[in-house]
Design a protein around this ligand. Structure first.
Ligand SMILES: Cc1cc2nc3c(=O)[nH]c(=O)nc-3n(C[C@H](O)[C@H](O)[C@H](O)COP(=O)(O)O)c2cc1C
Length: 392
């Protein structure tokens, strides 16, 4: 859904009898899709940031944290070793215990960070040496206690930059309704070639013949919505208005969902109410499901990312691949939106997930599933100040 123009916004506002000041109108309509509001994610390659007198590792972390991550919880914390190195840990205070009870997705988010940092550091003239699980065997009980990785930056004069690094700043998860042509096998091959994934296999599901998949995705979202604790988890991370987005600088929101202009204004001011009662009301759930169904139905194709095994290391490495896939889609002009509900491992989802995964070989797992298409909607989900991620 593209932002509506100021003229259209005013026309609607008048017909709805809404009286707005010019500054209110400006608040709801962007002048350009690339413009960033204060509450949005900053461009980590902004010359002002790059010229700041801070260490290379902090500059690299600032790039890394713009990576995609579940519900934008930003589940990372860092122990700085010196100006060129740091340990990465999962932030155990930022887990999604109900929708991600195995912590698979949180670890995918560790991989997306590592790949974003590694590709982004190249722009700063550094190669990143990443050693996974530097303290040896890592299990779920070690979350937040043992590092996921040790990162060392090495200055390199003759560094050949991966072209994907140019798309880090532009990459966003777009949840708007998609337009454009259906993705062709050729489009998929270009994305696959550019992503050059290292650890997993990419699978393409063209739009034609994806009816059953669409039904399954909608059924999975319905299950998440009707299961109190999983839907409640979304409420906890939901930021209701621009003030909250700016204050918390994390989580999900209507803006991130592709709602802008008049629709955003009306939802924000007349429908969205804080509290569990309103969130779990039949009207709110129906509005959410209608929005989700229109997203799924507008998909122009789907891509899966599959691994042969399903251990913690596979999750981290699948995350590295997912980041490359998302950058490659961005490079080729496609918007991408993961739809993870059907992959999730809580008991209520078991029947839907088991049916969906029934053709997999033992041990295999679809780690990410995303819809693709075209959209010029822009919202850069916020990120917290990098200093807030540092362990003292
Ligand atoms: C493991 C993983 C699972 C995700 N699942 C979903 C999902 O089911 N639905 C969705 O809208 N976004 C999903 N996302 C995207 C995140 O919500 C998004 O990356 C985050 O809000 C930050 O926004 P950005 O990607 O625009 O920077 C997922 C991302 C990751 C890494």
């Amino acid at each position: 859904m593209a932002s509506i123009s100021r003229k259209t916004f005013l026309k609607y506002s008048i017909s709805f009898g809404v009286i707005l000041s010019t500054s209110q109108v400006l608040q709801y309509c962007k002048t350009s899709s690339k413009e960033r509001y204060d509450y949005e994610r900053k461009n980590p390659f902004d010359p002002e940031f790059l010229s700041e007198n801070i260490s290379p590792i902090l500059k690299a972390i600032r790039i890394g944290i713009t990576a995609p991550n579940p519900h934008n919880v930003q589940p990372w914390k860092f122990k700085i070793i010196n100006d060129h190195s740091a340990y990465l840990y999962v932030d155990e205070k930022r887990l999604l215990k109900d929708t991600d009870p195995t912590f698979r997705q949180i670890h995918i988010g560790q991989g997306t960070f590592l790949e974003n940092l590694s590709l982004g550091a190249q722009v700063l003239g550094h190669s990143a040496e990443v050693s996974l699980f530097p303290e040896g065997k890592y299990t779920i009980a070690d979350i937040g206690k043992k590092p996921i990785a040790k990162i060392i930056l090495n200055k390199q004069e003759d560094l050949v930059q991966n072209p994907l690094s140019e798309f880090i700043s532009e990459r966003v998860t777009r949840r708007s309704v998609y337009g454009g042509e259906d993705l062709t096998q050729e489009d998929f091959e270009k994305i696959r070639k550019d992503s050059a994934v290292l650890y997993s296999e990419l699978k393409f599901v063209p739009k034609a013949g994806s009816e059953k998949l669409s039904e399954q995705l909608i059924a999975a979202m319905q299950m998440e919505t009707d299961t109190y604790k999983t839907y409640e988890e979304s409420r906890i991370w939901f930021r209701y208005n621009d003030e909250e987005i700016g204050k918390f600088k994390d989580g999900i929101s209507l803006r991130a969902n592709g709602t802008s202009g008049l629709k955003y204004y009306i939802a924000r001011n007349f429908f969205l109410k804080h509290g569990t009662e309103s969130w779990h009301s039949p009207e709110n759930k129906k509005a959410g499901m209608d929005m989700f169904a229109s997203m799924v139905e507008s998909s122009k194709g789907f891509i899966f990312l599959k691994t042969d095994h399903n251990e913690v290391i596979d999750w981290v490495q699948a995350g590295r691949d997912y980041l490359r896939l998302h950058l490659a889609a961005t490079k080729n002009g496609f918007s991408l939106h993961p739809m993870s509900q059907i992959l999730q491992e809580y008991p209520e989802m078991d029947p839907i997930r088991n049916e969906f995964e029934s053709s997999l070989k033992p041990g295999e797992k679809i780690q990410m599933l995303a819809r693709l298409g075209k959209s010029d909607y822009h919202f850069y989900s916020p990120r917290r100040d990098p200093k807030e991620f540092l362990l003292k």
